[in-house]
Design a protein. Structure first.
Length: 220
């Protein structure tokens, strides 16, 4: 039985196969690729000359005024660019199928770059999210035991009744105040929560800027 590859190994195997195919095609297409590169280099040089000519022309009333000599040079350069681009099309038509195959393989190879890293990042993100979920459960359990010590409440009830409540944070020089928006439709829970928040504030928890964190409910 053939070994089963994990996603990262599959991506790497595909990359290696594409690399071999690209190398072979580039070797077979060495002559036309060199011809295309030469023509593209000519186009790049001509465009650079165009930019230099235009940049030297004076600007009058917001418009660039080109002397007649500069206009003629630009026309010559424009014809050179068009000729080079036509030549590239001729070469591509002569070597159509293998060139298109090479471009397809190169595009796929580029698409896969970093995918092996992305798989590892996905795994790491799953681990991080798992850590945060466990941390949330632990913090919620601690909050229930410390602040609702005489009242039994499920984590689901805590989540829906309290943790999903809208809130705003008010910062001062010495305090970070977390103000939860009171739910007037759930008065019994708000009474329990208000008492629990007082207990939580009394623990003198401090934020990374060494400010006291205060918890309270908004006024009625």
């Amino acid at each position: 039985m053939a070994p089963v590859l994990d996603p990262t190994e599959k991506v790497r195997a595909t990359q290696q196969q594409l690399q071999r195919q690209i190398t072979a095609l580039r070797q077979n297409l060495k002559v036309p690729l060199k011809q295309i590169a030469d023509q593209e280099e000519q186009v790049a040089k001509a465009i650079e000359k165009e930019l230099r000519i235009r940049s030297r022309a004076p600007v009058v009333d917001g418009q660039r005024k080109l002397p007649e000599a500069a206009r003629r040079k630009l026309q010559v350069l424009s014809r050179e660019i068009a000729a080079s681009r036509r030549q590239v099309k001729v070469i591509e038509s002569q070597w159509g199928k293998p060139l298109r195959r090479l471009r397809r393989y190169e595009k796929e190879w580029l698409r896969l770059q970093g995918k092996d890293h992305l798989y590892r990042i996905d795994v790491e993100l799953d681990q991080i999210m798992g850590f945060f979920r466990i941390a949330l459960v632990n913090i919620a359990s601690w909050f229930l035991s410390e602040s609702f010590e005489k009242h039994h409440m499920s984590f689901a009830r805590l989540l829906h009744a309290i943790l999903m409540m809208p809130a705003e944070i008010r910062l001062t020089k010495d305090a970070r105040r977390v103000v939860l928006k009171r739910n007037p439709k759930d008065r019994p829970m708000m009474e329990l929560l208000e008492s629990a928040l007082h207990r939580l504030t009394d623990l003198k928890i401090r934020d990374p800027s060494d400010r006291n964190i205060e918890f309270r409910l908004s006024p009625m």
